[in-house]
Design a protein around this ligand. Structure first.
Ligand SMILES: [Zn+2]
Length: 415
């Protein structure tokens, strides 16, 4: 079945320009034609009137952890059609393959391997892998590649000599390394070793010269402002999970889990007196962005309080209001930038002939106000058209799921 989206206003993301009253034809999950006045292409072609609506490419959440199946409809209903999943795991990789083969409906998933850390961290997480010798440093890279993952993910407590061995091995194998930088290796040196992407503004070094060096060297950044601010907000500023506007869409099991996790997190931070200065954290991200546009919009869903899908719109808004990006730059961070970072820029994050039919139809112009990315009228995922009524029922069904009905993809998500 061919589908002709008639008379929409297209923001293709190839440049900062809206193509008004333009048609888009897709078939078999791929965009076939874009132009004015395209004719209905045969009897097997349905037309959908998009007059007055805005079409943008499906959005990326460039930092997420797909913990459970309820996240999939929440992502799609919010126009998130691709994600970068940062904790590997066999179950997520199997899910990614099921989605790719069309056996399940969900966003395209691009995954890192497991999280690798050193033993000197503040606490050890049973979900993480720990590196204590050179053999394990090499194995981290080999295991990540063997699992079919795209990035080696590191935490900051890996011993300096072992980090070097890991980076050398990754470079020799041609796989990039991303994560939380290092407590033990200078940020500039780590970048010189080839470190590719810093996850979270809070993982950036503090000194402006370091930030400039990293930015000008071509390193990537995924700010995840929404998760950076959960620490001050929930631990110190009295924010409650119930304050989230989308709280009604969070399944009951997850509400309970998040409340328990948030209490534990708050206790830990209060005990250690850790009180991050969020303005200082934002300042680091802004200093980086003065010298580079290599940044991506990510959220860290499903960290407690970071709701799948909804949180990406919050992140886009923060990139504009707190980090000084224009609405167009923010949109790039959720479309063509992650696509080009991953190397899928021909098929994702763009409205172009030959690209995947991953499309969000908005009621309002996102360039006029970035919050308009929330005005979703329909989402097309791999050519599957999901209208507003369908998206609403997907959200309602997800919210009703009990723990027994949810499929968990990461061990720690079961709490
Ligand atoms: Zn994360």
């Amino acid at each position: 079945m061919k589908t002709l989206l008639k008379n929409g206003n297209l923001l293709t993301m190839e440049r900062e320009r809206i193509f008004y009253r333009t048609d888009l034809l897709y078939e078999d999950g791929v965009i076939q034609a874009i132009g004015k006045g395209l004719p209905l292409d045969g009897p097997n072609c349905q037309a959908i009137d998009c007059t007055g609506k805005y079409l943008i490419p499906g959005l990326f959440d460039a930092h997420i952890h797909i913990g459970a199946s309820d996240m999939l409809p929440m992502l799609l209903a919010n126009g998130v059609t691709s994600v970068r999943h940062l904790t590997g795991g066999e179950r997520v990789l199997a899910l990614a393959e099921d989605i790719r083969q069309g056996r399940r409906l969900g966003p395209s998933i691009y995954a890192s391997g497991f999280v690798y850390d050193g033993h000197d961290g503040p606490s050890e997480n049973p979900e993480h892998q720990y590196i204590s010798n050179e053999e394990e440093a090499e194995k981290a890279v080999y295991d990540t590649i063997e699992a079919g993952c795209l990035w080696v993910k590191t935490y900051p407590s890996i011993r300096r000599d072992l980090y070097k061995r890991l980076m050398d091995t990754a470079n020799a194998c041609g796989i990039p390394v991303c994560g939380h930088m290092s407590y033990l290796v200078d940020a500039k040196e780590l970048r010189d070793w080839g470190y590719q992407c810093c996850e979270h503004s809070s993982s950036l070094p503090r000194h402006p010269w370091d930030l400039r060096y990293l930015a000008e060297s071509g390193m990537w950044l995924c700010q995840t402002q929404v998760v950076c601010e959960t620490l001050p907000d929930y631990v110190w500023n009295g924010k409650q999970l119930e304050d989230l506007p989308e709280w009604a869409y969070v399944p009951a099991y997850l509400k309970d889990l998040w409340k328990r996790q948030n209490e534990e997190i708050a206790l830990g931070y209060k005990k250690r007196g850790l009180k991050p200065d969020i303005q200082e954290v934002i300042g680091r991200g802004r200093a980086f962005m003065e010298y580079s546009d290599r940044y991506m919009a990510g959220t860290d869903a499903s960290y407690p309080g970071i709701t799948a899908g909804f949180s990406l719109h919050n992140e886009l808004e923060r990139l504009v209001t707190l980090y000084g990006a224009s609405p167009y730059e923010a949109l790039k961070a959720a479309t063509i930038r992650p696509a080009s970072y991953i190397g899928v820029e021909k098929s994702k994050g763009i409205l172009a002939v030959g690209a995947d039919a991953d499309i969000v139809i908005l009621k309002e112009n996102p360039l006029a106000y970035i919050g308009n990315t929330r005005s979703i009228d329909a989402v097309i995922r791999g050519g599957q058209f999901l209208g507003r009524a369908e998206l609403d029922s997907m959200l309602e069904n997800a919210a009703q799921l009990t723990k027994e009905q949810v499929e968990f993809f990461e061990g720690n998500s079961e709490g």
